[in-house]
Design a protein around this ligand. Structure first.
Ligand SMILES: Nc1ncnc2c1ncn2[C@@H]1O[C@H](COP(=O)(O)OP(=O)(O)O)[C@@H](O)[C@H]1O
Ligand SMILES: [Mg+2]
Length: 145
């Protein structure tokens, strides 16, 4: 389904339950391009579930979720991958993979999602790190945390 939505993100009557617990019931909202939306609420009210629905880590039980022109609840994996490249997502507790070094964390999306050679990736990551704070340069071989 494409073509309807003009917002960056839109929920249409989205519901999500885990077992008997209904977390979201017919939630609708739109975030126009260029605007920020802050979701506030007490612990356990569904903020993280909402974010996971936006990046399609979870699927809703009903309703539609739009990212620009794509209705993402029915997209196939490779189409979803294309949409996800427009998104950044920082997890609450761990922004990096702790099994990888800082260098490997930065190289991962370039190796997975682009056609850059290992040499080009090395060049880009090195440049980014060298332009970051000086401590990063000496931390290339450290674990992520
Ligand atoms: N994968 C899951 N399985 C079962 N229950 C879940 C799952 N994810 C979230 N929940 C439940 O959904 C509710 C909302 O969770 P969450 O969105 O993480 O809350 P918060 O607003 O604190 O981010 C909570 O009751 C939580 O226990
Ligand atoms: Mg949360």
């Amino acid at each position: 389904m494409t073509g309807r939505n003009t917002a960056a993100v839109a929920f249409e009557q989205v519901s999500k339950s885990f077992g008997a617990k209904q977390v979201l019931r017919n939630v609708s909202f739109e975030v126009p391009a260029g605007q920020a939306l802050c979701i506030l609420g007490r612990s356990g009210t569904g903020k993280s579930v909402t974010l996971k629905l936006i990046i399609s880590l979870l699927k809703p039980d009903s309703g539609n979720i739009w990212i620009e022109q794509d209705e993402i609840t029915r997209l196939k994996a490779h189409e979803l991958s294309r949409v996800r490249r427009k998104m950044g997502f920082l997890f609450q507790d761990a922004a990096l993979f702790d099994s990888l070094t800082l260098y490997e964390n930065l190289a991962l999306p370039l190796l997975r999602l682009t056609r850059k050679s290992r040499q080009e990736v090395d060049f880009v990551v090195d440049k980014v790190l060298r332009h970051s704070r000086a401590e990063c340069v000496s931390a290339l071989d450290w674990p992520a945390h």
